[in-house]
Every structure is written in structure tokens, then in C-alpha cells.
Design a protein around this ligand. Structure first.
Ligand code: ADP
Length: 490
């Protein structure tokens, strides 16, 4: 099967969140599963720099009159062993040659021409499904998130006179980011006029890229089974729950996995002290090193609660701020690595200044520090309001760092709460709370302390978590089965 994966980010070349981790891990896993998969990416500087031996395979005209060149080459940084990942990259400096965040400028303002930047990506996918590269033609397009969501619409609009429609899969990584633009931009998309309607990509008078993906994809997936159900409700549907209910027969959840080449405490390149489930001595050394690095009191006994996250309301960080005294008053420590919302950054920085022995805050994006935090902490907190899948709780599980999470989305699918029964049957892997309230969060923190002080139970829960595979082979198999069924569908 020839599959074209379309995304705006790919780890390790360009990452703003979990989307990149998935876009980087899925292609090698699909290659290993026997899929002929290639990726399509915008030519952001970091992507251009990672493309080896590029050759020009063709060009196409945009609806607004520019030419976009399509390059082809290998991505050594994304490849794994014998599985070389090949990529098509859009060379259009006017659209993509902007350093830093791929979507917004240095003042955190979305670029005014984002609709063009990502419409070009959608059209490139359609061209590659219809012969732009005469040596390889995609049989199915797999588009990720709103940036790639115009691809299914472009495929639906494509008319080559033969009537054959190339199937597409659209994966929602976060329904809250929708790619909504003013209606006067519609001519720039190059789509037929009737598509700007309630049954197309029109959304309360505006253009919604997300809605284009949801409407025109042959099948929709999201990154956990629970989130697939939740987004069909008004509470979590972000205004699109009606459409998602209509498409329920073509909507499923495939749980993300963890890339063992990147996230494995036994061989993690960012760690000085390696460890595994049978030999945990290195974890204690990582904890002491982390406490020293962060200026926290070096104490093996103080439970170290961590957060590695975009700082947004979604991630439940106001709960962490409101329940801070519950951790600090009991002798615990809090370490936060995150960037985003200025008010949240200031609040954590303020607390850290007031009590540097127990609270540390680092802003910015630091991949290496994130690894050291997962390895050196005791508890990773993900108290999200909503969470499509969530990766950090899975990284925590692999690194023997117990997740403290809210029972929502992928968090509910990946963490088993600790109670007498789950301790007894050895399925407990963390602390899970239900309501998005400070009281419930505080209760969860108190339960984490109680478990931490029962050393033998703590160690058993940790071992159960570390033994969970979360392997990409299983997820890749599910995607392959889906691709097959869509390609073979009449
Ligand atoms: P989301 O995609 O909503 O941000 P996920 O949990 O799916 O949340 O993925 C977040 C990814 O980004 C993880 O790989 C996490 O380690 C990483 N991450 C988040 N914030 C930072 C940061 N400030 N520095 C380094 N890595 C971060």
C-alpha cells in the first residue's frame, strides 16, 4: 500500500507538541509493518535542513498564482535502522521560510497567511495522489490535524474525469485547534464554491479547516478510544459534535504509542544514569541530579511532583497552582517545565522565587530537560480538562514516574487508578481523579503521598507501569488494517 502521511510537524526536526512525536514515530512503524509510506511536509527551515539529497519531482500552481516546488529526499533523523523514511517537502520560501514556531510569529500572533500556507499543503497531497511524482502515486492520504485537513477536501474536489476518488484518513490530535479563517479567504483555497456551505467547510460564516477534514475524509480517527467518544458530546465537541455524531460510523480511536528508540530509560541519550524495571538504582541517581540541577533541596525522601507541558488552560495547570500547598505543606517538591500562557508562566515563576528549595520552574522548550524530568521525578501530573491522548503520562509510566491524571480522554485509557482492588490484582499504575475541581485534585495529591509512603506498594505500582509496552507495532497494525479496508472499499 502506498500511503502519504501529511503533517505540519515531525519529530525530531520540528515539534511544538505531541503531534510531532506521532508524525515521527508512525512512519518507521508502518514501514516495519510492510506499508510503503512517505511523508509530506511544509518546507520550514528545520525540515529543509533535515532533507537529505533532495531532488525536484515537480511543481504546481497555487490558487493565488504562485508556484510551489515539490522536493523529494530522505529524512535520516526520522528513519530507524533499515527503515528509511522518505519525504516530499514543499519548497516555497515565501510561505515557510520563517524561523521559530511554525504557526505564529515572535509575538505569538498567528501568521495572517496561514490559510494559504496550509492550503498549499492540502493541494500538494492531492497532486501526489494524482501523479505529480510519476514514479510514486499515493493510494491513500493520511492527514493529521487542521494544518493538513484541507487534503481530504482537495481530494474530494479533484476531478480527473475518471471519477476515482483517492481515500483519505484524517486524524484529530486536538479538536480545540481548528484552523478557522475569514470567509473572504475562500478563493485562496481553490475549492469549488459549493464547498463553502453548511455541509462543507463553512463554520458559522467562517472557513474551518478542521471541518473540511471531518467532512471530506473517508475515515476519521482520533488518538484514543475515549476521546473518540467524548468529542461526540456537546461538552467536548468544540462545536463540531453534531457533525462527529453524523460521522460516528466512520470515526474510531487508535491509541498513540511511545517511541522506544526515543523514550527508554535503559538507553536514553539524555540520561547520565540508565535504569530499567529490574535495576532501579539509576532512577535515584537521576532524581538527585535533577534536584541539584534545578536548585531544589536534594532529598531522596521528598516526593518530586513534575509537570512537562504546554502551559494552557486545557492542561489543568490552574488546579496545580490552587493545590500547590497540598504538595509543599507535606514536604513534597514541584518542578514545572512549560511555556505558553504568560499568566501561568508568571504564577509558577513567582512561587518558585518564593520557595526555591521546594519549587522550580523552567520556561521554554527543552527536549533534553524533559527526558531528565521524566527520569528523575516521582510523579508526573497531567490533570487536564480534556486530553485527546496525552503522551507525558505514558513517558512517566515507562520511566517509573507515576502519573497523577484526571479521568478524561486518553488519560483514562492509559492509567489505572490505585485502590485496594487494583493493588491486589496488580493492575494499578497511577492516581486518577474524576472531577475537574481543586478538591478532587487535592485528594489525588494526598493519595499520591499515602502511596509514596507505602514503599512496597509504590514499588509494585511502578513496576506494573514500567512493564506496559505502548508499542507502535500494535498501533501501526491498526492503521494498516484501516488503510486496507479503505483502499479496497468500492
Ligand atoms: P500536547 O500535544 O497537547 O502538547 P502531549 O502530551 O500529547 O500534549 O505531548 C506533549 C509533548 O511535548 C511531549 O512529548 C512532551 O514531553 C513535550 N513537551 C511539552 N512541553 C514541553 C517543554 N516545555 N519542553 C520540552 N518538551 C515539552
Amino acid at each position: 500500500m502506498r500511503i502519504l502521511q501529511v503533517s505540519a510537524e515531525i519529530f525530531p526536526l520540528l515539534k511544538t507538541g505531541g503531534l510531532a512525536d506521532i508524525a515521527g514515530a508512525l512512519p518507521p512503524a508502518l514501514l516495519a509493518a510492510g506499508c510503503d509510506i512517505r511523508v509530506l511536509l511544509p518546507g520550514f527551515p528545520a525540515v529543509m535542513a533535515g532533507l537529505k539529497d533532495p531532488v525536484r519531482v515537480g511543481a504546481f500552481g497555487t490558487p493565488w498564482g504562485d508556484q510551489v516546488e515539490v522536493l523529494f529526499g530522505a529524512l535520516p533523523a526520522v528513519s530507524q535502522g533499515a527503515h528509511t523514511v522518505f519525504a516530499y517537502v514543499l519548497s516555497a520560501p515565501a510561505l515557510y521560510n520563517r524561523p521559530g514556531n511554525p504557526y505564529e510569529d515572535a509575538h505569538k500572533q498567528a501568521y495572517a497567511d496561514n490559510h494559504r500556507r496550509f492550503a498549499a499543503l492540502g493541494w500538494a497531497a492531492a497532486h501526489l495522489a494524482h501523479g505529480l511524482d510519476r514514479l510514486w502515486r499515493a493510494q491513500l492520504v493520511h492527514a493529521h490535524d487542521w494544518h493538513a485537513a484541507l487534503a481530504p477536501a482537495c481530494l474530494a474536489a479533484w476531478n480527473d474525469g475518471r471519477g476515482a476518488r483517492v481515500p483519505s484518513v484524517f486524524t484529530i490530535h486536538n479538536l480545540a485547534y481548528q484552523g478557522v479563517f475569514w470567509p473572504q479567504n475562500f478563493p485562496d483555497l481553490g475549492l469549488p464554491g459549493p464547498m463553502f456551505s453548511m455541509h462543507g467547510l463553512e463554520y458559522y460564516g467562517q472557513i474551518s479547516f478542521m471541518k473540511a477534514g471531518l467532512t471530506y475524509a473517508s475515515h476519521i480517527t482520533t488518538v484514543s478510544p475515549t476521546y473518540a467518544r467524548e468529542i461526540q458530546t456537546p461538552e467536548q465537541g468544540c462545536g463540531l459534535d453534531g457533525l462527529l455524531r453524523d460521522r460516528a460510523g466512520s470515526l474510531s480511536g487508535i491509541l498513540n504509542a511511545v517511541d522506544d528508540h526515543v523514550w527508554n530509560p535503559a538507553k536514553d541519550v539524555h540520561l547520565k544514569h540508565h535504569f530499567d524495571v529490574r535495576n532501579m538504582a539509576g532512577k535515584a541517581l537521576n532524581k538527585a541530579a535533577l534536584q541539584t540541577e534545578m536548585g531544589l533541596a536534594v532529598s531522596a525522601d521528598a516526593p518530586l511532583f513534575a509537570v512537562v507541558s504546554r502551559l494552557t488552560e486545557q492542561k489543568g495547570l490552574p488546579l496545580v497552582l490552587a493545590g500547590l500547598d497540598e504538595i509543599i505543606g507535606r514536604g513534597g517538591q514541584l518542578l514545572v517545565l512549560g511555556n505558553g500562557d504568560t499568566a501561568l508562566e508568571q504564577a509558577f515563576a513567582h512561587h518558585a522565587r518564593g520557595n526555591p528549595a521546594q519549587i522550580a520552574f523552567r520556561t521554554g522548550y527543552d527536549e533534553s530537560l524533559a527526558h531528565r524530568i521524566f527520569a528523575g521525578s516521582d510523579i508526573i501530573q497531567v490533570p487536564s480538562r480534556f486530553e485527546p491522548c496525552g503522551l507525558t503520562q505514558m513517558y512517566g509510566l515507562k520511566y517509573g514516574t507515576l502519573p497523577l491524571v484526571r479521568r478524561v480522554g486518553g488519560l483514562a485509557d492509559t492509567v489505572t487508578d490505585t485502590d485496594l482492588e487494583t493493588l491486589d490484582n496488580q493492575s494499578a499504575t497511577g492516581i486518577v481523579f474524576n472531577e475537574f475541581t481543586v478538591e478532587d485534585y487535592r485528594h489525588a495529591v494526598r493519595r499520591a503521598f499515602a502511596l509514596y509512603h507505602r514503599r512496597s506498594d509504590w514499588s509494585h505500582v511502578r513496576q506494573t507501569g514500567m512493564r506496559i509496552a505502548f508499542d507502535w507495532a500494535t498501533a501501526a497494525q491498526r492503521y494498516t488494517t484501516l488503510y486496507e479496508s479503505l483502499i479496497q472499499a468500492p
